[in-house]
Design a protein around this ligand. Structure first.
Ligand SMILES: Nc1ncnc2c1ncn2[C@@H]1O[C@H](COP(=O)(O)OP(=O)(O)O)[C@@H](O)[C@H]1O
Ligand SMILES: [Mg+2]
Length: 280
């Protein structure tokens, strides 16, 4: 069994508006494992994005806890960014074992998010006046001041997602949506996060670009990157090694699929029958 990276206990999130309270996440207990490509699937409004925000410390739970269990001792310890972070007080306090994310100070939370989490969203938000390369380096420089090492890592990642050197020099307005999302993935991975959080990363892309993005995420996961992706799309869900089905803010069921291979009919059948059981 793999190491647990993130764990929630009795996680609840409610929003109040106009005197009404909406309970969006209801007593969620779950564990996310190192090395998995976890997919959180469910209909629109089920609470998937809210769950992702709570897991990544972007939002605080109303009740219950989210615990980050992966200290700095794991994969990637030889990275320059990590060594740079070690000298930071907040980081060393983070490294001493499991941490309840909502107990972190604002400084520690900032370190946790920058250093341990990578993010890929449906909206990519590249900075217009900066080249593709500079967009990625800007995210990297928040953690690692060694520009040379960052450029080297960025080039490796761009190579892995098929973004040419010419494209790296372009500005966001000069590239396609599919290219922009692959740049978004490179930016999400530049700091070698323990967990890559993706919220509907193919939601705004055409079918071909969407497939390329899914292939990219699959490829990184199969090289050891932990990923958690929210989607309401079956084609995206199929990439997961483990699928959690969220309905009305609760985890209704889970299905373990293991590593993805193209054209695996059995996998498709297994996921289809699981989703049918869930009332998809
Ligand atoms: N910041 C917020 N304030 C009020 N309600 C919210 C907020 N964020 C989400 N919600 C509500 O929570 C529910 C679930 O939203 P969300 O997590 O975005 O669902 P999903 O990602 O599964 O489509 C929706 O009904 C939404 O209106
Ligand atoms: Mg959403």
């Amino acid at each position: 069994m793999s190491e647990i990276l993130l764990k929630t206990e009795n996680l609840c999130k409610s929003f109040s508006s106009g005197g009404n309270i909406q309970h969006v996440l209801k007593n969620i207990d779950l564990e996310l494992y190192d090395g998995d490509f976890t997919v959180i699937m469910g209909a629109s409004g089920a609470g998937k994005s809210t769950l992702l925000y709570a897991l990544s410390g972007m939002d605080t739970p109303t009740l219950g806890t989210v615990t980050f269990c992966g200290g700095v001792s794991g994969r990637g310890t030889s990275d320059a960014p990590l060594n740079a972070m070690r000298s930071e007080k907040a980081s060393s306090r983070l490294s001493s074992g499991s941490r309840i994310i909502s107990d972190l100070s604002p400084d520690q939370l900032a370190v946790f998010r920058r250093r341990f989490c990578g993010f890929v969203f449906q909206q990519i938000y590249l900075i217009d006046g900066m080249s593709v390369m500079d967009n990625v380096l800007t995210a990297g420089l928040l953690v690692n001041k060694n520009r040379k090492a960052l450029v080297k890592r960025a080039k490796e990642l761009f190579g892995a997602v098929g973004i040419s050197e010419e494209t790296q020099r372009k500005f966001p307005a000069q590239i396609s949506g599919g290219e922009a999302q692959r740049v978004g993935i490179v930016r999400g991975l530049i700091n070698s996060p323990r967990m890559l959080f993706a919220d509907e990363p193919t939601g705004a892309l055409n079918s071909k670009s969407g497939l390329e993005v899914l292939d990219t995420l699959t490829q990184f996961n199969q090289s050891g990157q932990s990923v958690v992706m929210v989607t309401h799309d079956m084609r995206s869900a199929r990439r997961g090694t483990r699928i959690l089905y969220l309905k009305d803010g609760a985890v209704l069921g889970e299905c373990v699929l293991g590593s993805y291979r193209h054209g695996d009919g059995e996998r498709h059948e297994k996921l289809s029958s699981f989703l049918a059981q869930m009332g998809w």
